[in-house]
Design a binder for this molecule. Structure first.
Ligand SMILES: Cc1cc2nc3c(=O)[nH]c(=O)nc-3n(C[C@H](O)[C@H](O)[C@H](O)COP(=O)(O)O)c2cc1C
Length: 394
């Protein structure tokens, strides 16, 4: 049997029936007031019923932010939590576990988005520096990210915003949280010296730039009853949303950060190799956004293998998870070689409601033969491109 299908227990507390994790994926289908509905219940339940070890729900905003996705969910009110309870209860009934992905877009948003106007949301950032790029399906033209970026006066207040949302997520029945610290979103903006020019204890040195994320980790650990229930998603070689940094800064920042996360005993560190020069095989979706050439990475560089040993050593309290363009064979081999504990599959879970059955029976994953619209729409009903992918005949 594939080693991917062996059970695992995180930090001695959180047991998973196997090592396969469904990655967080924004699908832009929460059409009822920014909450999940019957389509989301079905989507996550189908994958739990097939036996996935852990699901990370789609990125869910902890604050009112006007991001590019009109129908992404929020976790701000009791109403949101009650809607997510339908999902978590259904997943648990199938023997699955589900984490809540906490998302704050920071400067990567626009003050003209309807939700921002309605809720009087602010475009917050470590420093008042606009991210280059960005597009908004909801706004006419290509306005890019807004100029109207406000420097956060007191980062602790935003940590409390996260805490309020995480308390609701816990009440909604989530087993833990994955903190989204890549993609050029708020925690990633604090890490990055191009976006963070603060002169207080949250900017300047590597230690200071990592402080905001570590404060959120501590708040999340308090909410969920221990760091074992916390996953942090990082992409050292990321370039999305103007997040790239030079190689030297990257090495210094992530060496410190990853060691520090392990010393905080977080349950899982999820490292993405997007943007690195590693053997990808299903680059259809991501090849649309190439890495800017002015920020090169050495040929063959793989951040999972480079930073992995800081997480994987005898007696380590943390598990190493990886994502981006892995095949079953590659993930299985890395787990057998003890270079990895868990694997995220993202896109395969879109096209295959039966990822675990396919791994168990050696059936190749189905691929996307329907075009890019299946990711975020448009669609006639939220189930289209979402709940209409067939399982393989066994
Ligand atoms: C349509 C789509 C939406 C995504 N949305 C999110 C998201 O909300 N949060 C996140 O951390 N990653 C998101 N991702 C990235 C995936 O979680 C995953 O890291 C990435 O697709 C690489 O895994 P894969 O090669 O197995 O697809 C998204 C990916 C896709 C394809």
């Amino acid at each position: 049997m594939s080693s991917l299908l062996e059970p695992v227990t995180i930090g001695g507390k959180l047991s998973l029936r196997n090592r396969v994790v469904m990655g967080s994926m924004t699908r832009n289908r929460c059409v009822d007031s920014y909450k999940p509905g019957p389509s989301q219940v079905k989507h996550y339940t189908d994958r739990a019923r097939d036996g996935v070890g852990l699901i990370v729900n789609e990125g869910t905003f902890v604050d009112w932010t006007g991001c590019d996705w009109e129908y992404a969910p929020f976790m701000i009110t009791k109403d949101h939590a009650e809607a997510w309870r339908q999902v978590t209860d259904a997943v648990h009934k199938e023997g699955g576990k589900i984490f809540f992905q906490a998302w704050h877009a920071g400067r990567v948003q626009h003050d003209q988005m309807p939700i921002m106007k309605e809720m009087k949301g602010q475009v917050l950032a470590p420093s008042s520096i606009k991210a280059e790029g960005g597009k908004y399906r909801d706004l006419p033209g290509s306005p890019g990210h807004t100029e109207n970026v406000e420097e956060i006066q007191e980062p602790r207040t935003v940590v409390e915003t996260y805490r309020r949302s995480l308390v609701l997520a816990k009440k909604a029945g989530f087993d833990g949280t994955e903190l989204l610290a890549q993609g050029g979103y708020l925690p990633h903006q604090f890490l990055n010296s191009r976006a963070n020019k603060r002169t207080d204890t949250y900017g300047g040195s590597v230690e200071n730039r990592c402080r905001f994320l570590l404060d959120i980790v501590d708040a999340a650990s308090e909410v969920f009853g221990g760091p074992e229930f916390i996953c942090v998603k990082l992409c050292p070689t990321d370039f999305l949303n103007d997040s790239m940094i030079d190689f030297g800064e990257m090495k210094q920042t992530y060496t410190y950060l990853i060691k520090k996360l392990v010393s905080h005993k977080v349950g899982i560190i999820n490292i993405s190799r997007r943007g690195a020069d590693c053997p990808g095989n299903t680059g259809d979706f991501y090849s649309l956004f190439p890495r800017p050439e002015v920020y090169p990475v050495p040929k063959g560089y793989d951040p999972v293998l480079d930073f992995g040993p800081f997480v994987k050593y005898p007696g380590s309290p943390s598990m190493l998870m990886a994502n981006h363009d892995y095949t079953v064979e590659e993930a299985d081999r890395l787990i057998k070689e003890d270079k990895l504990d868990l694997i995220t599959f993202g896109r395969p879970f879109i096209y295959n409601p039966d990822v675990i059955s396919r791994i168990r029976h050696g059936i190749p994953f189905a691929e996307n033969d329907r075009g890019n619209e299946i990711f975020y729409g448009p669609y006639q009903t939220p189930d289209e491109g979402y709940n209409d992918w067939p399982a393989a005949a066994l």
